[in-house]
Design a protein around this ligand. Structure first.
Ligand code: UDP
Length: 325
């Protein structure tokens, strides 16, 4: 199989590209290196079956050329990370919607399958536990930039499903819940690599709000396995799937567990949301995926325990910090 991976030098994309090359598939990566990095794919450059292009996923001729040369597209290129979204809303909306339009238009030419990455953010501030794919989406007002990300991704989903219904393009939507693991950087505000780096340096671990908010963290390897299985499941076409682990942890507990795993003496510092993001920022208190639909479709659910995930991320951050020193 030859796979076109947009955003392939990013966190999830680079793990996917590695898995595909390791199992003998061919990959073309397209990435503009805005949040992705050449370091993430350095180990693949020169390997048989691997090709990469530095460019934009809103460059229609380029996207069409690369999609034409592949059997399937996995569309991961997007503006991600809550911090980036709050700071650069124009970039977020234009990148997320524009790139998905390009990818779908390219795939439609020859009816090639596309997996479109979406996010658990689309559930917005709904308080249902767990979130199932058919649930309503509860977004906040347009005056709050945070919701621009969720809304741009929801529009991507509508567009993809419209291409399926109206034009017969085989699409699959993957709603990733908090996905973590080696190579994820804390630069864009993601909590686990940030906590790990702070703990290793014995700096204060910054818990936003009360720390009573909880999340479920899935290992990137499990997310990649889910994507690969969905691509091979005919019943997945035209469907939306949650991809995540349903083991829940509060952010304060996460901070304590990371501190312990890193053998750190860091203090835990509570930072108000208004200081961490912007005035009026709304956080989600709980976000748990219902993964029954995924399991039913592909016979698999992400299960890597949080302890293993934390150990993996701490080891990765240690290696990065040592490399930089
Ligand atoms: N968070 C935190 N400290 C940090 C970064 C994030 O307490 O340094 C909190 C954030 O407010 C949220 C949770 O950790 O409640 C997860 O944040 P992340 O940005 O990783 O993902 P989100 O679930 O918000 O998309």
């Amino acid at each position: 199989m030859k796979v076109f991976v947009t955003g392939g030098a990013g966190f999830i994309g680079s793990h996917l590209a590695h898995r595909l090359i390791e199992r003998g598939d061919q990959v073309i990566v397209l990435d503009d290196l805005s949040t992705g990095s050449m370091d993430n794919i350095a180990g693949l450059v020169g390997r048989p079956g691997f090709e990469y292009r530095i460019g934009s996923a809103i460059d229609q001729p380029l996207v069409t050329e690369l999609a034409d040369r592949c059997d399937v597209t996995v569309h991961l290129a997007a503006a991600v990370g809550v911090r980036l979204i709050v700071e650069k809303p124009v970039h977020t909306i234009e990148t997320n919607v524009g790139a998905t339009e390009c990818v779908l238009a390219a795939a439609a030419k020859k009816q090639k399958p596309v997996l479109v990455a979406s996010t658990s953010e689309v559930y917005g501030k709904g308080s249902k536990v767990p979130f199932s794919e058919g649930d309503d989406l509860t977004l906040g007002p347009t005056s709050h930039s945070r919701w621009a990300y969720a809304c741009s991704k929801a529009l991507d989903e509508w567009l993809a499903l419209a291409y399926w219904r109206e034009k017969g393009v085989p699409v699959i939507i993957a709603r990733f819940f908090n996905t973590v693991g080696p190579r994820q950087t804390g630069r864009y505000g993601m909590v686990l690599p940030s906590f790990a780096a702070q703990a290793i340096r014995n700096e204060p671990i910054t818990v936003y709000g009360t720390g009573e908010q909880s999340r479920c963290f899935g290992h990137v390897g499990d997310a990649v396995e889910s994507v690969l299985r969905l691509l091979e499941a005919p019943a997945a076409v035209g469907q939306v799937f949650n991809i995540g682990n349903d083991e829940e942890v509060t952010i304060l507990d996460l901070a304590k567990r990371v501190r312990e795993a890193a053998n750190s003496s860091s203090e835990i510092r509570f930072v108000p949301y208004s200081e961490a993001y912007a005035e009026g920022f709304e956080d989600m208190m709980r976000r748990v995926p219902d993964v029954a639909k995924l399991e039913q479709a592909v016979g698999y659910r992400p299960r890597t325990p949080l302890a293993t995930i934390i150990a993996d991320v701490v080891a990765d951050q240690r290696a990065r910090l040592a490399g930089r020193a």
